[in-house]
Design a protein around this ligand. Structure first.
Ligand SMILES: Cc1ncc(COP(=O)(O)O)c(C=O)c1O
Length: 391
């Protein structure tokens, strides 16, 4: 019987041996074999079928991590998915798998600020040059391609500023010049957009966010096509960047309800966006206004939107922003997002990594909201009361 992905998520990874609807957590450093021949047989199987989950040492994973990888490979519709201890580990793995000293890389200007620091500063120490391109002016991408360009690194939408890019155009530029492509797809997850299907070589998701969904685990995933599989596998083995089985179990558990949660995050976020769009001093950074380029690009490539949005607020002083966020009761104040609970965070322009193509006026401030799974009426009441402080 063919099943939709939603049904697959509920019925996968059962453990018939132990009569449990959930898989066991297999923790292992040593994996024991019956004999010298047995270990060789497993190693030979691993050489013939490197995606098949044949382990001879715990650093390569156990059946618990393999189950998660199989679910994610199906969700991504990719060749394979590597799992890493954090989302940022997956960013690092993607870049270091294909980039070497002397290369150049092109990176979207509004990337997650640690990704900016990694590419702009750390890669420089390895003689790798980073050029940032304007997400809404792809001439700044194509005009900066040289013979040394090895990778285009996209994050969509832009971190905190939520620009949506013309991903198809970026891919056709990259393909013509035989440049590798990677995208950070944490905002949408492959539930709403499948980058490998569109043509990206690598796709990153911080599993810390919607995959786990309960704000209690860190993890990352890197989906790949066949072209880059060997390169990433080699880098993964060398760096030892692999998720542990306990975290893999929690992420697998979170995935069971990914569809239900993301549909509800989307529904709630749309209601909040409708409410916020009535405020003249707030520019909503979310695919909501039908006449914008961002909306068109979102509609072209995505089947839905998650619960993370930005507010660009015009007000006289930072004091108003402070009063606004401090008086919220249902929105916790803190980093990360993708959990069941709503969160707010003021974003200093400084924290956004000194972007090249974005300037904020003195009276403009960014606040990021993660819309959780609470009753949206309560969230709206909380926002209405607290927004009175914006002067
Ligand atoms: C878009 C994006 N990518 C990657 C990461 C890094 O993920 P992690 O915190 O799991 O290392 C984050 C974390 O906030 C993020 O927002």
């Amino acid at each position: 019987m063919s099943k939709t992905f939603k049904t697959f998520l509920k019925h996968t990874a059962k453990d018939y041996h132990n009569q449990s609807v959930n898989p066991p957590i297999v923790r292992a450093s040593t994996i024991i074999f019956k004999s010298m021949e047995d270990i060789r047989r497993t190693q030979n199987k691993g050489k013939k079928d490197p995606t098949g989950g044949h382990f001879d040492y715990g650093r390569q994973g156990t059946s618990t991590t393999h189950i998660l990888q199989k679910i994610l490979t199906k969700l991504e519709e990719s060749y394979y998915v590597f799992v890493t201890p954090t989302g940022f580990g997956a960013v690092f793995l993607a870049i270091f798998s294909v980039v070497r000293p002397g290369d150049e890389i092109l990176v979207a200007d509004p990337v997650y600020s640690p990704t900016r620091l990694l590419t702009q500063d750390y890669l420089k120490e390895f003689n790798i040059k980073t050029i940032f391109y304007n997400p809404h002016d792809l001439k700044t991408l194509s005009n900066n391609i040289t013979k040394k360009t090895k990778l285009i690194f996209v994050e969509n939408p832009g971190s905190n500023s939520f620009e949506f890019q013309d991903l198809g155009k970026i891919l056709s530029i990259a393909k013509k010049k035989r440049i590798f492509t990677a995208i950070d797809n944490t905002w949408a997850t492959p539930y709403f957009f499948k980058p490998i299907k569109l043509g990206f070589d690598m796709s990153i998701v911080s599993a810390t966010k919607y995959y786990s969904g309960h704000s209690d685990v860190m993890g990352g995933s890197l989906a790949v096509n066949k072209k880059v599989f060997d390169k990433v596998r080699k880098a993964e083995r060398i760096t030892g960047l692999r998720l542990g089985p306990d975290d893999a179990y929690l992420i697998t558990r979170g995935l069971r309800t990914l569809d239900v949660r993301l549909d509800r995050h989307q529904e709630n976020a749309k209601k909040i966006a409708g409410f916020l769009s009535k405020y003249k001093n707030i520019k909503l950074l979310y695919p909501y206004k039908k006449d914008s380029f961002n909306f068109r690009m979102w509609k072209k490539y995505y089947s839905g939107a998650s619960g993370l949005m930005g507010l660009k607020i015009k007000c006289k002083s930072i004091k108003s922003i402070r009063k606004f966020v401090n008086s919220l009761n249902l929105f916790g104040y803190g980093y990360s997002w993708g959990g069941f609970e709503s969160l707010a965070l003021h974003q200093e322009f400084r924290e956004m990594g000194k972007r090249k193509f974005m300037n904020l006026a003195k009276d403009e401030h960014f606040v990021r909201l993660h819309i959780g799974l609470e009753d949206p009426k309560d969230l709206i009441d909380d926002l209405r009361k607290s927004l009175k402080h914006i002067k």
